[in-house]
Design a protein around this ligand. Structure first.
Ligand code: ARG
Ligand code: ZN
Length: 446
């Protein structure tokens, strides 16, 4: 048994955890000094009044001696916080919730934080004006957090470099359905309220969590290797809303072959009937769509389960590792089906004039307000096709697999990708990536 002996040096070393993880795009996203292992989210939500009552229990480990630490939380009234069962002091400043436990936390200590909070939810929007965080609608809530919207509904270490497992207990009026990540492990009604329990056993980044509430029918089926598939489809949608997800199992089988075995314990879709139709997010195990998705969008969000969700971008400037890959995966699925080849997709996009939006931004550092621009998606995918032609199919597909195998359940950077591409292809590729990823404009030679 290891004996931890507190020395005076240890005690004096206790200091506040940092208010951010050091991601330049979102300096206050996430926090320093601890690592969350598990979130237990308990939510009661009333769509008619948007009344939200939450209790979040966080199991974490101190990575330094902590005199205080921060969580990210926007809005709400915080009623109480305990650390290891004892009342803790707290202050708030913008999205930063600073918790000061009764006693310092030793480095390496496991601790549990319980936050009780409540309020009325609104309709937050981010700097791209897209759906963001806990979005309240008349019939429920549409919950999509990318990049840092988890803090609009629970206290969180809101950065993908701190993944954790999750339990959700969501209580809604009878007749409403609450859908989260992972598997449904309980459903019970009492006195007009129904409680849905979901368990997500694979490590997950906070931006990929969801707890969407609506008029959903839940459908349970099985995919490749017995993978549980749980779909939630809004009852108000026409039957054709399912067309895009009809081939989910075939797409999983194909990606299993090309990327490596599907990363998580289940899959499925949440298909809503919102006004802002056209929004989709790769929420882990259960992508969410504001309206009926096309098959290529389903392939895109499915590919993110490998690229983005299991292998997450270390910093938000690495977002092309998500979007360039998922866009390229749409092309691969299309090519696999005998449709347009990836090479033909390349030619069509490459033909766009110098002034086209896809050439505007720097792919591997687009700027915080440009995470989802055409350069990230399309030029990102073009980069992968150009790479495939440069290093050959054999190296290229070995690289796709190795990238996932090496970094699964973790995060990685563009630099890591370049290094791996050089290693697998045994070619110097820095000038190539300099041209494609780090220079704005249309590449001429590479
Ligand atoms: N990651 C999502 C997808 O392409 C897109 C999210 C767009 N978010 C936004 N704020 N515009 O699958
Ligand atoms: Zn995407």
């Amino acid at each position: 048994m290891a004996l931890l002996i507190a020395t005076p040096a240890d005690a004096s070393a206790a200091r506040p955890g940092a208010p951010g993880v050091g991601d330049a795009y979102f300096p206050l996203a996430g926090n320093g000094g601890y690592d969350v292992r598990h979130y237990d989210l308990d939510i009661r939500y009333t769509p008619a009044t948007k009344a939200f009552v939450g209790v979040t229990s966080i199991s974490a480990r101190a990575e330094q001696a902590l005199s205080s630490f921060n969580l990210d939380l926007r809005g709400f009234t915080v009623r109480s916080i305990t650390v290891d069962g004892r009342a803790a002091a707290f202050t708030r400043d913008g999205q930063e919730l600073t918790v000061t436990p009764r006693r310092d936390l030793r480095r390496g200590a496991d601790f549990t934080v319980v936050v009780r909070y409540d309020g009325t939810t609104g309709q937050p929007t981010d700097n791209t004006d897209a759906l963001y965080g806990w979005v309240s609608y008349a019939d429920g809530a549409f919950v999509a957090n990318e990049p840092e919207g988890a803090s609009t509904w629970y206290p969180v270490n809101d950065h993908q470099t701190d993944k954790a497992t999750y339990d959700f207990t969501i209580t809604v009026p009878d007749g409403k359905t609450a859908v989260a990540n992972g598997e449904l492990v309980g459903r019970r009604s009492s006195r007009g309220w129904t409680t849905f329990k979901w368990h997500a056993r694979d490590p997950m980044a906070s931006y990929l969590s969801t707890a969407s509430i609506g008029d959903y029918d839940l459908r349970f089926s099985r995919g490749p290797n017995g993978l549980p598939i749980i779909d939630a489809v809004d009852r108000d949608l026409p039957d054709t809303a399912d067309d895009g997800i009809a081939r989910t199992s075939s797409i999983i089988s194909y990606f299993n072959d090309v990327f490596g075995r599907y990363p998580f314990s289940s899959f499925g879709a949440i298909i809503d009937d919102d006004e802002d139709a056209g929004y989709a997010l790769e929420t882990q195990t259960r992508p969410i769509y504001s309206g009926a998705p096309s098959e290529s969008t389903v392939a895109h969000e499915l590919a993110h389960q490998w690229y983005g969700n299991s292998v997450s971008p270390s910093l938000w400037k690495d977002i092309w590792l998500n979007e360039g890959f998922a866009t390229y995966a749409e092309w691969l699925w299309e090519e696999h089906n005998g449709g347009t080849t990836a090479a033909a997709q390349f030619d069509a996009l490459y033909a766009r004039p110098d002034t086209a939006s896809l050439w505007r931004n720097v792919v591997a550092d687009p700027g915080a307000t440009n995470l989802f621009v055409a350069s990230v998606y399309d030029k990102g995918a073009l980069t992968l096709q150009a790479l495939r032609e440069k290093i050959g199919d054999r190296s290229f597909f070995a690289l796709l697999k190795a990238w996932y195998a090496l970094h699964r359940n973790s995060d990685a950077s563009t630099g890591d990708f370049i290094a791996l591409a050089e290693k697998i292809s045994r070619q110097p590729l820095r000038p190539f990536f300099q041209t494609w990823l780090y220079t704005a404009g249309k590449p001429v030679t590479w």
